[in-house]
Ligand binder design. Sequence first.
Ligand SMILES: Nc1ncnc2c1ncn2[C@@H]1O[C@H](COP(=O)(O)OP(=O)(O)O)[C@@H](O)[C@H]1O
Ligand SMILES: [Mg+2]
Length: 226
Amino acid sequence: MDQLAFKVSSLSKKYTIPEKQISVLQDIDFQIPVNQWITITGQSGCGKTTLLRLLGTLDEPDRGTIECFGEEITKMNTNQKAKLRRNKLGFIFQSYQLLPELNALENIMLPGRLTQGDMKTIKNRALDLMKTLEIENRIHHRPAELSGGEQQRVAIARALMNKPDIILADEPTGNLDTKNSTGIMKILEDLKIKEQKTILMVTHNINLTDYADKSYHIEGGSIIPI
Ligand SMILES: Nc1ncnc2c1ncn2[C@@H]1O[C@H](COP(=O)(O)OP(=O)(O)O)[C@@H](O)[C@H]1O
Ligand SMILES: [Mg+2]
């Protein structure tokens, strides 16, 4: 049997706000095999970001289990979760989330600085990534001095810094025009094909399911294969 990057079983999540509970995900089951691209679609507010945060160990479910490469992340302590995020997962967001006071190269190097690696190796890897993503002429630019497409490339390079096995992408083209969106999709496709990455992308844009090996839809708290 193929190895699983994620195995999600009976996952439920609700938020409690004053005098009210919002049930977002109810008894969700699905799996992500290694080296597959899975896309999850659904309308705004259906729980896509919630699901991604749970898989990324940034939040905890109310019920159910999540296994990442066979290890139950819901049982991990804070240190184990941080290590998983640092070494195995690469996050890409709609709003890029770059640090405004750092230049492109420094932003990309940041996750490397959380490891034991030496500075020169980290810098060279960041420069290599900038070359691959065709932003090598933007080394000293700060985020505000970059276009949206360039900022997202910097964010992708940062996500790849520590050679993650899995890319978690939350509306990665949500702020981009069609040309830049296609560019980002091609980058993700290359990562899957040439570097055997596993990709989980969530988006409200149903047109982006074309790139996926398999797609799901979230509606009314349930996840349905499409
Ligand atoms: N921290 C939170 N506290 C309370 N409600 C939240 C919180 N985060 C998200 N929600 C609610 O949960 C639902 C799902 O949100 P989200 O996962 O962000 O949806 P999506 O990413 O699909 O747009 C929404 O109704 C949202 O308002
Ligand atoms: Mg969202």
